[in-house]
Ligand binder design. Sequence first.
Ligand code: SF4
Length: 403
Amino acid sequence: MPEGSRARTSCVGPCLLFLKTVDLFNRPDGLQDIRDKVIAGERLTPEDGLRLFQTKDLNALASMADFANQRRNGRKASYILNRYINYSNYCILSCQFCAFSRKKRDNDGFQLTEEQMVSKAREALAVGITELHIVGGLHPSLPFSYYTGFLRALKAVDPRLQLKCFTAVEILHLAWLAKKSVRDTLQELKEAGLESLTGGGAEIFRKEVRSRIATGKESGEEYLDVHGTWHGLGGRSTCTMLYGHVESLEDRIDHLDQLRRQQDLSHGFTGFIPLPYQPDNNRMPVQHAPSGYDQLRTIAVSRLYLDNIDHITAYWVGMGLKMAQVALSHGADDLHGTILEEHIFHMAGAKSPQGTPEADLIRAIREVGREPVQRNTFYEPIRVWPTELRPAAEIAAGGLALA
Ligand code: SF4
C-alpha cells in the first residue's frame, strides 16, 4: 500500500472523532444570531428573550449566560450575612398566592414590638450579620411612627447595620398612613435609617396575571414608580419576579422588559432575584413548584436579558442550595444570605432550611470553581475568600487567610 493511502486510512478514526467533536460544539440550537449578539454585547429584543425561554438546549443557554456573567463579574460569586425579620403577618390584603398573611381573627397572627426586633438584631449581630432584611404585611392599625421608631431603634443598636426594608406596596401603605407623598414618605424613612428597599412584591407586572394572583395589590406601574422615586433620592433596591404559576413565557419577558426600561431611567437596581413560586397553603390552583429546568433557564434568560443590572441572585430559599449552586454556572453570581429565620417561603411549602451557615455558602461557591465574596447590602465586597476548598471548621474558626 502506498505511503499516502496508509496515512489516509489511519486518519479515519481521529477524523471521525474530530467531526463528532465539531458537531458537539456546533449545536443546531438555532440560537447563533443571539449568541453573536451576546458576544458583541448587543441588547436582546423581547423576541430574542422569548426564543431563549423556549429553547430546550439548556447547555447552550447556560454557556451564553455564564459568558455574560463572567464578562461582568469575573469568577466572583457573593453571599451576605443577613437576618430576616418579619415585624407582623397581619395584612389587609389577601393576595391569592400568599400563605403568609393573617387576619386579626386568626390565632397564628403576630406582630413584634420594637424591643423584640432589637433583641433579634442583637442576637444576629453577635454572629456577624451586616444586614437586617425587614418586611411584613399591610398592618391594619399600626401607626407610621411604629415603622420610623423601629428603624431608629435598630440603627441605634449598631450604626453599621444596614437596613433593607419594605416592599413597594408597604411603602404605598406607609404613605397612606403618613398622609404624605411617596417621595416624602421615603425621605422620612431614609432619615430614620432605611438604606435599601427590598425587591419583593413585583410578582408579574401584566395586569391580567396580577389580578389573578394578587387582587388589590399595587399595579406594576406603581411598583416601578416607588422604586424609581427611591432611586431618585439616591437610594438603591433589588427587584424580583415571582414565576412558575399562571403566567406565560411572554408575561415573563414583558416583566423583565419593564424592569430593564426602569433601570435605564433610574439606575438604582443593584440585583435581580427570580423567585420560584411555592404552591402550598394558598388559593392558587397550581400544583407544582417550577422544575429544575425552569429555574435554571429563568436564571439564564434573566442574566442575558437584564443587561443593565449587575447581579443575578439564585435565591437558595426557593431553589434549595443544591439548585442555587448549579445556577452559579447558569448566569447567577450571588446566593443571597444566611437569613437565619425565613417565614414567607416556608409557610408556602419551601423545603429548604430556615437559614444557612456561612460555611455552606462558601463551600457551595468554591465547589463550582468560583471565588467566594462576602458582600454588603449593595453587593459591594466585604471579604474575598481564597478559592481552594478548606474544612468548614476552619471557616467557622475564622482561620482563613483573606485575599
Ligand atoms: S403578599 Fe404581601 S400584600 Fe399580599 S397578602 Fe401577602 S403579605 Fe399581604
